[in-house]
Design a protein around this ligand. Structure first.
Ligand SMILES: O=P(O)(O)OC[C@H]1O[C@H](O)[C@H](O)[C@@H](O)[C@@H]1O
Length: 347
């Protein structure tokens, strides 16, 4: 989805839209901005976008403690954020590392994914049935979800706990379905400010709330506790489920086989038809790429990320989900062990 129309990137507040990176705090914070500092500070581009042998694209960003972060949260840390673009998927892989020898720290982590939708009232979210949730619109009271699919018709701000690894969200942009898969993110936050709360947000147009839904994978209802010299990893995959595309492809296939039968009698006609099918497929591919480009938003955590994201000529992505780390790695085993996390940390 796109950024909200009134979004501003000034290093002070998060951009409203995209996928703000929430760390080390979720919600109001006595020591710094709401949802922590990671979504407002500048990240380092560790690895420029490059094409992997699979054809997918990968970029890696990092954030480590500095004067600004220390003024709010006096801990040493290093985050690596690997983004992979595949044709219909975006992969996000996060590693948080505690390089200290003796200090343990705890934090929240959440990917605040904004999805663009034609009408939020028509969206359904699967995978929440039976989950307990903290209802922030009712002073944090705890309830249990009784619905098979969750729909939104009012101000909604819920932290669903112990949610499954997959949710499907229906009726996102162009009526598509979106699959959200997560690893090591036990919570799912569902948020829409609705009319009155949207009015209270300066950077949120009064008319924009029907066209967005936030489904946020996070570790927020309990903190992550990270011991010295250890790393925490979490991942998310967003995948567009193309129903229409699938139907069209099935139709094309049926047409092709019909044409093959006719072709026995009319070879020239068959050639023409094959060319038409090929053209149609190319068009579909172009439409799909354009639609996907329209659908995704840059991770608003970093301006650098935004710049590089926009530069992807082909919206292609890749499938690396996790750092390849020896099981014994606590973030210190070193690049000589072919440990991707340590190789990254030693760059
Ligand atoms: O306005 P922001 O700081 O971006 O926060 C937007 C929203 O984020 C999450 O979804 C929280 O659960 C909400 O309580 C909060 O209002």
């Amino acid at each position: 989805m796109r950024c909200r129309k009134l979004a501003v990137f000034d290093g002070k507040k998060a951009i409203r839209g995209g996928i703000p990176f929430v760390f080390p705090q979720f919600g109001p914070w006595n020591f710094g901005p709401q949802h922590g500092f990671a979504r407002v500070v500048r990240w380092t581009l560790e690895r420029s976008p490059e094409r992997l042998p699979s054809g997918d694209m990968e970029a890696v960003f990092s954030l480590m403690d500095n004067e600004i972060t220390r003024s709010m949260w006096n801990y040493p840390f290093r985050i690596t954020y690997r983004l992979i673009l595949r044709e219909k998927e975006l992969h996000f892989h996060i590693g948080v590392y505690n390089p200290s020898k003796d200090i343990t720290f705890s934090f929240n982590l959440l990917l605040h994914t904004y999805l663009k939708v034609p009408d939020v009232r028509r969206c359904q979210i699967t995978g929440l049935h039976g989950c307990t949730f903290i209802d922030k619109t009712r002073d944090g009271a705890i309830y249990q979800e009784g619905r098979d699919v969750v729909t939104i018709n009012e101000w909604t701000d819920r932290i669903y706990q112990h949610t499954p690894q997959e949710h499907v969200i229906t009726n996102v942009v162009s009526g598509r379905k979106m699959r959200l898969q997560k690893y090591n993110f036990p919570d799912t936050v569902v948020w829409n400010p609705w009319m009155d709360k949207a009015r209270e947000c300066q950077d949120f147009g009064d008319d924009e709330y029907p066209n967005m839904i936030c489904v946020e994978a996070g570790h927020v209802s309990t903190p992550v506790i990270l011991l010295p010299g250890t790393a925490f990893e979490a991942s998310q995959i967003l995948q567009v489920i193309h129903q229409q595309q699938q139907q069209q492809q099935n139709q094309s296939l049926a047409q092709s086989s019909q044409a093959a039968a006719v072709a026995a009698a009319a070879a020239a006609a068959q050639q023409q038809q094959a060319a038409a099918v090929q053209q149609q497929q190319q068009q579909q591919q172009q439409q799909q790429q354009a639609a996907v480009q329209q659908l995704w938003q840059v991770p608003a955590a970093a301006a650098a990320a935004a710049a590089c994201w926009n530069n992807y000529a082909n919206f292609q992505t890749a499938g690396v989900l996790a750092f390849k780390m020896p099981p014994s790695c606590g973030g210190l085993c070193g690049p000589q062990n072919n440990c991707e996390l340590c190789s990254l940390n030693s760059n």
